[in-house]
Design a protein around this ligand. Structure first.
Ligand code: GTP
Length: 260
């Protein structure tokens, strides 16, 4: 707790935190648990739901994109399949940009958590997704939390693939990214420690992979030696690791671009 207080940064204005990750990585659950954590520590927090296809939310959003675009209505109205309806929905969000912007401008909070759509590729890899992120954050500071599902990350090749995805999203959205190892309650302590050691030293990861070609060795070095943050282990269901996550966010806020 002492560390938490020492690292607390006085915020000027609002800070936008985009919650990103593959389908089912735990974005919505983390959004809820993190809001509870911030409120318990007396920080004003608001939530934006950007997923037009989510059916049930465990929190009450301050802004809900489904009030403007609902993927299930889009599917019926335009007679589309689920994936096409999602793509169309994300594109349709932009047609409501000015209404959405004026509603979001009403939000007052230290932190605004943004729960992003289930399929990350539909949000991060389409131009509209990037434009929506720009629209929402305006001139405020922002970062992304990229969630790595522990159950996938415990296999070395999956771990590397998730880090590649995280780097690609960092590049695509042009946001500082904090990598978060979520769902650690599903792993033994020694499994979590092993993943953390991989994230600290490329050689540990290369040893785990066994015989690999030069390209893969170079890639692992590039990824591990240029991580934009420490890998933070958490469990959104048990509430573990949130002091450390908050401290890492503070370090990124305090360090700005120099930190990255
Ligand atoms: P989509 O938006 O549908 O892609 O999912 P999401 O990334 O928002 O994930 P969500 O929060 O819906 O969680 C997916 C599943 O993982 C749910 O069954 C959650 O209960 C579970 N889950 C989320 N966080 C944790 C965690 O820390 N530990 C465990 N054991 N399960 C978790």
């Amino acid at each position: 707790m002492e560390k938490f207080l020492r690292l607390k940064v006085e915020l000027n204005g609002m800070y936008f935190i985009f919650i990103l990750g593959t389908a089912g990585s735990g974005k919505t659950t983390l959004t809820k648990t993190f809001q509870e954590y911030l409120l318990d520590n007396e920080m004003d927090t608001a939530i934006i739901n950007l997923d037009p296809a989510v059916e049930h939310l465990p929190y009450t959003p301050d802004f809900d994109v489904r009030e403007y675009v609902d993927a299930y209505e889009v599917m019926e109205t335009y007679n589309l399949g689920p994936n096409s309806a999602l793509i169309a929905s994300i594109d349709l969000i932009l047609t409501k940009a000015s209404e959405i912007k004026s509603e979001i401008d009403q939000i007052e909070a230290n932190y605004v958590l943004i729960d992003t759509p289930g399929q990350i590729e539909l949000f991060a890899y389409r131009e509209t997704g990037r434009l929506i992120a720009e629209l929402i954050k305006g001139n405020n500071k922002a970062l992304g939390l990229f969630l790595l599902d522990s159950y996938l990350a415990k296999e070395a090749r999956s771990f590397i693939s998730l880090l590649l995805l995280s780097s690609s999203i960092r590049f695509r959205l042009d946001l500082p990214i904090v990598n978060v190892l979520n769902k650690i309650d599903l792993l033994r302590d020694d499994e979590v420690d092993k993943i953390l050691r991989w994230s600290e030293n490329a050689e540990n990861l290369i040893d785990e992979l066994g015989k690999i070609d030069e390209y893969s060795i170079d890639l692992v070095h590039l990824l591990i030696e240029n991580l934009s943050s420490n890998l933070i282990p958490i469990s959104s269901t048990d509430g573990k690791g949130f002091d450390e996550l908050y401290a890492e966010i503070q370090r990124v806020i305090a360090g700005g671009e120099d930190y990255l």
